[in-house]
Design a protein around this ligand. Sequence first.
Ligand code: HEC
Ligand code: HEC
Length: 209
Amino acid sequence: MRLTRILLPLLLLAAITAVRAEDNPARGGELYVTCAACHGAQGEGNRSLNAPRLTHLAPVYIVAQLQKFKQGTRGGSDASESARQMAGIAATLADDQAMYDTAAYIANLGGEVSAVTVEADTQIGAGYYRQYCSACHGPAAEGNLALHSPRLAGADDWYLLSQLQAFRGGVRGSQAGDKTGKQMRAMAGVLPDDEAVASVVAYIRSLAQ
Ligand code: HEC
Ligand code: HEC
């Protein structure tokens, strides 16, 4: 009984974060050469190019976003310049397997969390987070992939801010067919103002050490 209690969460975690047996990280490494130019050799991200850290994300979420970029449900004509740029790159990945292989390679990289750039009241942010975000993203912002909700702990604070603003402004999550994006867009709209957005971002950043 006790063992089950310990093992079950571990097994679930492994199932969610695992690279699939059929994926080929070595081939992914060849494909990642293109990505490294913006996201860095270790997937650490590069703020000056608006390219986020990738290493905290589960492979299945990376693939889901690459599919969206390729299909135009993210990064379409009315999206931000950064998202459109990324969509152009995703289009060069031949098929889903290429995306899975690249994500499998990223899973082994060691890019670290970037420095704090958003200063705001984390106490206030914690209140908003518990009220509006933790049900889907988890109490420690670890993500819940059964709900398609990504891990947020470990993301660049500047990227969290830019994505929340993109959702709020309707430049992310408003394309037809973007079901999960629409869901998140509605939630981003619940935060009352820019200060609330900054505080929730500062709180999420404080969860990553
Ligand atoms: C020319 C620079 C550039 C290159 C090359 C590039 N990216 Fe990106 N990528 C970006 C930018 C900028 C964003 C942020 C888009 C936004 O603001 O919505 C991004 C976003 C992403 C995201 C979404 C992350 C998230 O948390 O929402 C993923 C996944 C991603 N890139 C993977 C890749 C992979 C895999 C490759 C290589 C095949 C790659 N990128 C190549 C610039 C680049
Ligand atoms: C109903 C479930 C739900 C709730 C509640 C929710 N989210 Fe999300 N969130 C999602 C889903 C699903 C996605 C993935 C969207 C996609 O696929 O483009 C997401 C994506 C995000 C992203 C983009 C991350 C990335 O790397 O691409 C951020 C940032 C985010 N959420 C922050 C928040 C914050 C802050 C709150 C609370 C104000 C919140 N979310 C509440 C479901 C939710």
